[in-house]
Structures are given as C-alpha cells and as structure tokens.
Design a protein around this ligand. Structure first.
Ligand code: ZN
Length: 503
C-alpha cells in the first residue's frame, strides 16, 4: 500500500463511519422526541446491529493496519491527517486494551445502572443504587489502569473528557473559584433580595415556541440546518454528517426563563457544531473538540451574552409582544435583575451563574475521593450533604434532591462534571479577548450577532477537533487560561445587581 492509497482509504473509512453515526444519531433523536412509546425494541434491534458494524469497522484488522501504517509515516501527513490518525488510534487503543467480555459487561452495567438510578431517585432510595454505583466506580478505575497503568485513574478519566485536564489542573482551578465565590455568595445572601415573581405565572407553550424560533434566528442560527424539538431534558445532537444539527427544549408553562435559556444554551452548542470547516466533513475532525470547549460556547451565549443587560434590552420588546399581561410594566433593569437572581439551591441544573460552579465542585471533590479509595460509595450521601452545607449553606432534605439528582454517574461519566465549570471559565476569558476587537455590547443591543459569531468561528468553531482544547484555547486567547477573568466577571456583575462593593 502506498501513502496516497492509504490516505484515500482513511478518508473512505471515516466517511463510512460517519454514515453509521448519522443513522445512530437520527434513531436516538427520534427516540427522544417523537417516537411512540412501544417502539423501543425496534430501535434496540437496529442500534445493536449498527453499533456492532461500527465497532467492527473501527477496530478490524484492516483498520488497525491502515492506521498503524499511516502513524509510521507521520512526516508525510498533513496536520489534519495526523490529528485524524491520532484520534482514531486513541479510540482503538482503548478498545484493544479492555478485554472484550469486560467491555460488554460494562455496557450492560451502564444500561442497568441507569434504569435503577431512575427508580432509586423516584423512591429516594440510595441503597438501591449503591451496589451499581460501586461497580461503576470500580470498573472505571480498572479500565483506567488497563489503558494507562502508570497514570492515576481519576486523572485518566478527567483527561478523557477534557484532553489536558488532571487533578492538579482542576484543584488549582477550583481552589481559586472556591476562595472567591464562597464569600461572594455570602454577600449576595445578605443583600436585598431581587423580585423574579413575574417570571413565574402562565406562559403559553405556543408563544414560547414562537420565542424559541425568534431566539434562534436572533443568534444567527441557520434554521435550514438546525431543527428544534421538545424533550424532557434539553440537548443538542449532531447527526454525524456535516451541517446537520438538532436542538431540543422543554416548555415549562409556569416559568418563562426555563425554555428561553435552554434554547440559547443549546443554540450555542449548535452554532459550534454547525461551523466545522467544509474540508472536515465526514471525518472524525467534524464537530466540537471537547466537553469543556463545547460548554464554553453554550454558556457563552446563555450567560455571558444572554443574561446581559444588552440582551434583555434587545429581546424585551419581543417578550412584551408575546406576554403583554405579565411583562407590560416591566423595565429592562427589572427583567435583567430577575433573570440573574442568585440563590443557593439544591439542584445543579436550576442553579444560577454564581452558585453553579459550587455544585460542580461538590461532585468533583466526591468523585476524586471515591476514585482514590479515600471515600466509600456507601458514604457518598452524607458527604454530599456535608459539602452542600459547607459550600452553599443549604441543608439537603433527601437523596432525591441530593446525591441522586444527576444521571451522569449511572452512565459511567466520572470525571465529566469539571468540564461544565471549566467551560464557564473558558467562556469568560474568551469574551474578554473578543471584546478587544469586537464591540460585543453594541452588537448584542442592536441584534447584530454576525461579528460575534465571526470571531467565534475564526477562533474556535471552524477548527472542529483539529487542535486539543488547550492548544485551541491558547491560540484563541493568545495566552494561558486562568480562572481570573471568570471570577472578575462574576464579582463585577453580581456586586452591581445586588448593590454592594467588592474589595
Ligand atoms: Zn451544554
């Protein structure tokens, strides 16, 4: 095989794989949105076969030979081709190092654990979930050792979700946040409280849907390439092929801000996925590079732009047109303060911008300690409650609203949570950088998102998965990442809203 043929083969391999992921993604999206209840066995049948074919395609002897051959000829590859080989070999090595029977058992464990987690949460019964969770932690620890015997298992998983992340990296990041945010939250709690009662009431679903499409258009999302569906938990799904994305939302008729900000958040994910450069189509480089960078984009639109005074100025006329009764007397200032209301709470997904990272920090601390063997899974609920009291000052009444609230651990995603907090902080620093060349506030207020989107495209989106998160960030920022921009942003914003000074 000569190098030219090998390159052609590699492109064909990726094109084929992307057709499988396209089919799998479409089936998943159908299941989550419109599929009738009793159709899951049909999907399980198709997905089982497609997944097996994809597995065989990506791990078969011919693929191994091809990728190893190309890897040995690195100097004859372009930058993009080198990254393709690297990413595919990385997945391949993982699959090769895990004994196949253990891998299958783990997939079954995850499916079972997720089903049990649903029941345990509903029944507020941690003990029911405990043996499964224990098994998941143990398996993740064992798999990490198979893959990189010399690496700390939690470091291994942190790096899997956010290439470059480690305990050392996260410890220093979270320590800085903790030192700054815990006192800030205490100050907010002692300040005069904000009224957001007018955001709760009755907001017609059809009107909220009209608002959702208005927001997508305002953000510059091409509706010919991005669909909107309704699910219980909003998400974004890229359909394996190029420029083909779906987002979902959930219309809560008693709370206006819920779907509004879900759409802006998922819209941020969609913008990122929609803008991979054309020559990355049908390759493993198409789409977002990591969870952290993805969240940096979704939270950028949701919080940094979407919860700014300029954005409220822009959308308030539309809000008043759709919901005149509830909002006719409200000023920009009143709505701005209401949508930024900060109050320590129990549930991560409902948390405001300031307290959000402390929810993440609780999870980070706990999974770190369980992975190192310092904490037993059995003691997770009591430690959870202790940390909520310490960081957020709230008493956790039951496990349903405590340790059982998130689905992530049941699916084996240990080491995933930190990427949410990292993403928020990446976003704040990216905004600072963008503001040096773009009049961000002016753009938002006038509804002209093009210069903002263009900056994100030039610095983040178009590269897809070509660079590691760290390289991408360093290039975009023209410097190193630090939590400082994020902390400064939160302190300034919330001291203004709640009317206190910061030292
Ligand atoms: Zn997200």
């Amino acid at each position: 095989m000569d190098i030219k043929q090998a390159k052609e083969k590699m492109m064909a391999l990726q094109a084929k794989a992307s057709a499988y992921t396209h089919a799998l993604g479409s089936i998943y999206y159908d299941a989550a949105t419109v599929a009738p209840k009793e159709t899951s066995s049909n999907r399980a049948h198709s997905m089982g076969i497609l997944n097996e074919e994809l597995y065989k395609l990506m791990t078969g002897e011919e693929t191994v030979e091809l990728l190893e051959f190309l890897d040995s000829k690195k100097e004859e590859l372009t930058e993009k081709e080198r990254r393709m080989v690297f990413l595919m070999l990385k997945d391949l090595n993982f699959m090769k190092k895990i004994p196949i029977d253990e891998y299958i058992a783990y997939q079954e464990l995850r499916v079972k654990a997720e089903a049990i987690w649903h029941k345990a949460k509903e029944a507020d019964d941690f003990e029911m979930f405990e043996p499964y969770l224990k098994d998941i932690f143990e398996t993740n620890r064992r798999f990490a050792k198979y893959c990189e015997p010399d690496k700390d298992p939690y470091d291994y998983w942190l790096n899997e979700f956010e290439e470059g992340a480690s305990k050392e990296y996260c410890d220093s990041f979270f320590n800085e946040l903790k030192n700054e945010l815990v006192p800030l939250i205490a100050k907010i709690s002692n300040a005069q409280q904000v009224d957001d009662s007018f955001l709760h009431g009755h907001f017609d679903k059809a009107k909220q849907e009209e608002l959702a499409y208005y927001l997508m258009k305002t953000m510059g999302i091409d509706l010919d390439h991005c669909g909107l569906g309704v699910t219980e938990h909003p998400f974004t799904e890229s359909l394996g092929s190029h420029h083909d994305v779906r987002i979902t939302t959930n219309y809560q008729e008693d709370f206006l801000a819920s779907s509004l900000y879900s759409v802006v958040h998922e819209g941020g994910h969609a913008l990122y996925d929609l803008h991979s450069e054309d020559d990355l189509a049908y390759t493993v480089l198409d789409g977002g590079v990591s969870m952290g960078i993805h969240e940096s984009q979704s939270r950028f639109y949701e919080n940094l732009l979407g919860r700014s005074k300029e954005f409220i100025t822009l959308i308030l006329p539309k809000l008043k047109e759709l919901f005149p009764e509830q909002l006719k007397d409200k000023t920009v200032d009143e709505v701005y303060k209401a949508i930024n209301l900060s109050r320590p709470s129990l549930i991560r997904t409902e948390a405001d911008e300031v307290t959000y990272c402390l929810h993440i920090m609780v999870r980070y601390e706990l999974e770190k300690r369980v992975m190192s063997g310092e904490l037993d899974v059995h003691d997770l609920p009591s430690e959870w409650n202790k940390l909520y009291k310490e960081y957020l000052g709230v008493d956790v009444p039951d496990d349903k609203n405590g340790v059982l609230q998130d689905t992530h651990w049941s699916g084996g995603a240990i080491g995933y949570f930190p990427s949410y907090a990292l993403g928020s902080a990446y976003g704040a620093q990216l905004l600072e950088k963008m503001s040096q060349s773009v009049d961000v506030k002016g753009c938002i207020e006038s509804g002209n998102f093009a210069p903002i989107n263009e900056w994100n495209n030039e610095n983040i989106w178009k590269y897809g998965r070509l660079y590691s998160p760290n390289t991408l960030l360093t290039k975009a920022l023209d410097g190193e990442f630090s939590a400082k921009s994020y902390v400064d942003y939160l302190k300034k914003k919330y001291s203004d809203i709640y009317g206190f000074t910061i030292d």
